[in-house]
Write a protein that binds this ligand. Sequence first.
Ligand SMILES: [Zn+2]
Length: 258
Amino acid sequence: MFLSFRSIFRVIVTASVLFLLVGLFTVTKAYSAGGAQWDYDVESGHGPEYWGDISGAYKTCKEGMSQSPIDLTEASDVTLPKIEFNYKATRLNIINNGHAIEVKYDKGSYIIVDREKYKLLQFHFHTPSEHLIDGAPSVMEMHLVHKSNRGKLAVIGVLFDIGAENINLDDIWANLPEKAKQKRSVGKKINVIDLMPNSKSYYAYFGSLTTPPCSEGVKWSVLRTPLEISEQQVSKIESIIGQNNRPVQPLNDRELKK
Ligand SMILES: [Zn+2]
């Protein structure tokens, strides 16, 4: 068989184009969710131990020295500034983002702490809790994510322990989107202040996002008083999302206050 220079050249060009297209498709697929694929599975190769290796954009997950969550223990007793809560009711827009169940918060709600205003963007849930208290996890942790006009993030954590059914979760729990990327808009309003304990005393430290890209400089306030939730309520959200807690990270030379 004789192949002309031209036909060999054509084969090479066709193969290169195919190779590029396949590569492009793979990259597009991996990044279409707004970043490289990650999860909480210890055996998938994309679990928390590997987040820092999955993508250059995630390297803070393994190189950062101020990571979250942490074990809240041996906190120094100081007088922490009061957090001023200015939360209004929001329409109930619930999304299953594939990693957590999240409620988008309508504009207009904010906290003021240390004379800085942080706007409430969304809240979401982790089962079991990400933060530990004296080494012990709670069954669930809610994170309220806020951002200041200067772009600084402040997250408030609320812990839930097993106890009575928490009726303030009912409107969300009755409308949990079961599949990743699913959204539900419910014709009701809720105020997340109803999902917080009366006592707003808290643990304070500087940490990171607990999901890739694990960005640091996050002002963490974890409320010291847990709320109650029933076993059935925990099973319901866990049956949809599974366990979605990042393991605790070293405190290093940070100060933990309460
Ligand atoms: Zn979170």
